[in-house]
Ligand binder design. Structure first.
Ligand code: FMN
Length: 341
């Protein structure tokens, strides 16, 4: 056994945490392969949302979230990830090849990994309470460490531009039958391993002018009354190449896990960035032309007495990891009787 290589069980445990990453409509558009030496992350193009996400931005951002979750999980297990992003131009679906090298786990690694199973996309109204300056600094730094910028949108002109972009995007989407059918297929789910469950979605119709939620089908989560005190932030990257989108996902994961670690609640919202016109509105009027907007991240505190949300389900690991782990560890041939299972 080579002690400089992780065994298949360790890798599988890290992937089990990685797939807890958020993804657009909980589509989980990823596939993982462990070769015994490296871990490969591929996009699954069959899970791209052709109507909500025609240019594949959300797909790449979702995979970036999973990639960052994987590195966080590996670090907590004593392995540092050396990530080679988009390593093969001939194979664009191969998003990352990761080599794991021995690493001395620190308290911070464990604290961040412990946030993975606790994080939820929380679409309810948040308490009317500002963020601590210290927490703002941590959130901004977590994005900057992944080559992205997190801007807090707290002045009236920029808030109104963001709300306008969201309302326009919602209107354009509602008028698009392809989008509406796709959304109905991916939401209002019960007992499904993918899609957005009814119990995790609030109805956009009760939200009015507030920038908060996508209008998921059959929303069944009861929301509090009154004003939404969420702090709105926009996560942006310098450009909009596939690499920028992947990095945006890694940054979003870093921000969300940092928020959870700080006992904040959060949810991302990308509807305005799925359409060219509303993305341009946010780029020009919220970011003043500096950077490419990739996600809105709502952060804040739960109102007093609000219960935490149930976790959203995930697909079984066997569907997304190849080959399946076997009891003889990494790098050894799989016995004939286990092949093809
Ligand atoms: C790229 C991306 C786009 C998303 N867009 C939205 C959105 O517009 N509105 C929303 O309520 N949730 C959005 N989400 C959150 C997903 O719906 C959520 O991650 C998924 O349902 C799994 O639930 P969980 O985050 O609680 O594990 C998005 C997530 C990602 C990664």
């Amino acid at each position: 056994m080579d002690h400089n290589l992780p065994d298949a069980y360790t890798v599988r445990a890290a992937i089990a945490l990685a797939v807890r990453a958020p993804s657009v409509h909980n589509s989980q558009p990823w596939a993982w392969r462990f070769t015994g030496r490296t871990v490969e992350l591929r996009a699954d193009p069959h899970r791209q949302l052709r109507n909500a996400d025609p240019d594949g931005r959300d797909l790449l951002v979702s995979c970036g979230c999973a990639l960052h979750h994987f590195t966080v999980a590996a670090a907590a297990m004593g392995w540092a990830a050396q990530v080679h992003r988009l390593p093969d131009p001939a194979e664009p679906e191969l998003l990352a090849r990761v080599t794991l090298v021995p690493h001395e786990t620190r308290d911070g690694d464990i604290a961040l990994a412990a946030a993975i199973p606790r994080r939820r996309s929380d679409r309810r109204r948040f308490a009317d309470r500002p963020l601590l300056v210290r927490d703002e600094v941590y959130l901004r730094k977590s994005a900057a460490d992944q080559d992205a910028a997190l801007q807090i949108v707290d002045d009236a002109p920029r808030l109104s531009a963001l709300t306008k972009a969201a309302a326009e995007a919602g209107g354009l989407h509602r008028a698009d039958p392809g989008y509406t059918i796709e959304l109905a297929a991916w939401s209002g789910r019960r007992y499904s391993p993918d899609g957005v469950p009814a119990q995790n979605a609030v109805s956009a119709r009760t939200v009015g002018q507030e920038l908060r939620v996508r209008d998921f089908a059959d929303a069944g989560l009861v929301d509090g009354e009154g004003h939404d005190g969420a702090v709105l932030t926009v996560l942006s990257t310098a450009g909009d190449t596939p690499l920028d989108r992947l990095r945006a996902g890694e940054a979003a994961s870093a921000v969300l896990l940092t928020a959870t670690r700080l006992n904040l609640v959060s949810c991302v919202y990308t509807e305005p960035f799925e359409l060219t016109s509303t993305r341009a509105l946010v780029r020009d009027c919220v970011l003043a032309g500096r950077g490419e907007p990739q996600l809105v991240v709502r952060v804040g505190y739960l109102p007093e007495g609000a219960a935490p949300l149930p976790a959203t389900p995930r697909r079984p690991l066997g569907e997304v990891v190849h080959p399946p782990a076997h009891p003889y560890g990494a790098g050894l041939p799989v016995p004939a009787q286990l092949r093809g299972r």
